[in-house]
Design a protein around this ligand. Structure first.
Ligand code: ASP
Length: 437
């Protein structure tokens, strides 16, 4: 029998979970069964995701920075590339935040559902209130102070201190570039190997995803509906709205932002760009992995767009590790959606914190399926939204992952073309596909 693709399995898990949850509610079957025997599978799935977050950031970020090679030699290209990657990432998360604040997909939940969710996910409302109180007395520079760990092992043992881990990983990556290659190479090779090990483990965890999603959906429905089956429907509607907001934002990046940037900085016609990149985009969609797509992205960019190998072999691997516009946009929308669904109002400074943390989190996300979801924990913890709220958006996540990976890959190729054009490394008439004026 032909094996069913993982994303299809997850969709099946999602639908079955929904069905079983609704069945229990409608037929008045004992909710304890779902909570005692089905929910734990979902909890194990979430714990696996959390378990892998710290090592994932450490390894992928250290390797990403160290892959820059020799900073002095690549300084100019490196500077341009990083500036372009950072600005497109910030544009993406800003778009996400604007859209989620305008459409407010999480606010459509009735208060009763929201209260149920809040009771489920927020065991420590009081500690939050007192944390908010003490925040008022803090220096405005406290968030910067908080980025610097006083003990890296302590930071690495707490998923809430991920930003400190990011800070440390960046330092290690930069230092690795500046010590003699003889000493640096084995260390880079170690983290490179570790990165592969972690990516493999993420692959294992994703195998659990259909069952995890099934369990989470079934228990979510049973838990939130309680006496009121209508609230399940309102949660589904809110999830649908949330997914549409993410998709709308992603479409804006691909159909508006990227064509504009390409038009300003290169002579490449956007339709040609799109046509040249199509195989990579399809692969990104079906694998949900920018890393897996990388070889095809490089081939297409070099052969069809005429980018020199020197530029593409530096800009694209870096992009597959650190530049994730789609992921960043999604993290912004997801974080605010979860806060809205839990009835938490986010201040302007919390939203600015999202811009910062989502940018860093997307840099730290590996180019593998589900990585963006794990890194969303950093964003949630930084704005004091319970990380367990992740469960809310898990169901549609695998599908959104496919779309955001397409945007991640397209963004990398776009920046690569811009850097190549600015360096005069874009050959004319590389392909019959591309018409340069
Ligand atoms: N799957 C995405 C990628 O590989 C990362 C993520 O957002 O999960 O680009």
């Amino acid at each position: 029998m032909k094996k069913i693709a993982l994303h299809t399995q997850i969709i099946i898990g999602l639908i079955l979970g929904l069905g079983v949850g609704l069945l229990f509610v409608q037929l008045g079957l004992p909710a304890e069964f779902v909570l005692d025997y089905i929910k734990p599978i979902g909890t194990i799935f979430i714990n696996c995701l959390k378990m892998i977050a710290v090592p994932l950031v450490l390894a992928s970020l250290i390797v990403g920075v160290a892959n820059l090679g020799d900073i002095a030699k690549l300084g100019r290209i490196g500077g341009k590339t990083i500036a372009a990657y950072l600005s497109t990432t910030v544009i993406a998360v800003t778009f996400g935040l604007i859209l989620v604040n305008v459409f407010q997909p999480g606010k459509s939940l009735p208060t009763s559902t929201r209260d149920n969710l809040m009771a489920l996910y927020d065991s420590n409302v009081t500690s939050r209130t007192s944390a908010a109180e003490s925040l008022k007395n803090q220096s405005p520079l406290q968030p910067v102070v908080d980025m610097v760990p006083e003990n890296i092992f302590a930071a690495a043992s707490n998923n809430g201190s991920m930003l400190q881990v990011v800070f440390f990983a960046l330092l290690v990556g930069i230092a690795l570039l500046q010590i003699p290659a003889k000493k640096g190479t084995p260390v880079i090779a170690f983290f490179d190997g570790l990165n592969d090990v972690i990516i493999k483990i993420v692959g294992f965890i994703m195998l659990l995803a259909p069952y995890g999603v099934f369990a989470l959906m079934a228990s979510l429905i049973v838990e939130i509906t309680g006496e009121d089956p209508d609230s399940a429907l309102s949660l589904l509607l809110a999830l649908l709205k949330y997914s549409l907001v993410v998709l709308f934002g992603l479409a804006l990046m691909v159909l508006l932002v990227y064509p504009l940037i390409l038009k300003v900085f290169t002579k490449i016609n956007y339709l040609d760009f799109f046509r040249a990149l199509r195989p990579a985009q399809l692969l990104a969609f079906s694998t949900s992995s920018s890393s897996a797509t990388l070889p095809v992205t490089m081939k297409q960019v070099e052969e069809e767009l005429g980018v020199s190998e020197e530029v593409s072999s530096f800009v694209l691997p870096l992009g597959a590790t650190i530049n994730m516009d789609g992921t960043c946009l999604y993290q912004g929308v997801a974080a605010v959606f979860i806060a809205q669904a839990l009835g938490l109002d986010l201040s302007i400074s919390q939203q600015l914190m999202i811009v910062l943390t989502a940018t860093l989190a997307s840099i730290g996300s590996a180019g593998v399926p589900g990585a963006g979801l794990i890194m969303l924990i950093i964003v949630l913890e930084s704005i004091d939204v319970p990380a367990a709220g992740l469960a809310l958006i898990l169901a549609p996540d695998r599908i959104l992952d496919m779309f955001r990976t397409v945007v991640n890959v397209t963004g990398d190729a776009m920046v690569c073309s811009v850097v190549a054009a600015s360096e005069g490394e874009l050959s004319e008439g590389a392909s019959p596909l591309v018409t340069k004026k």
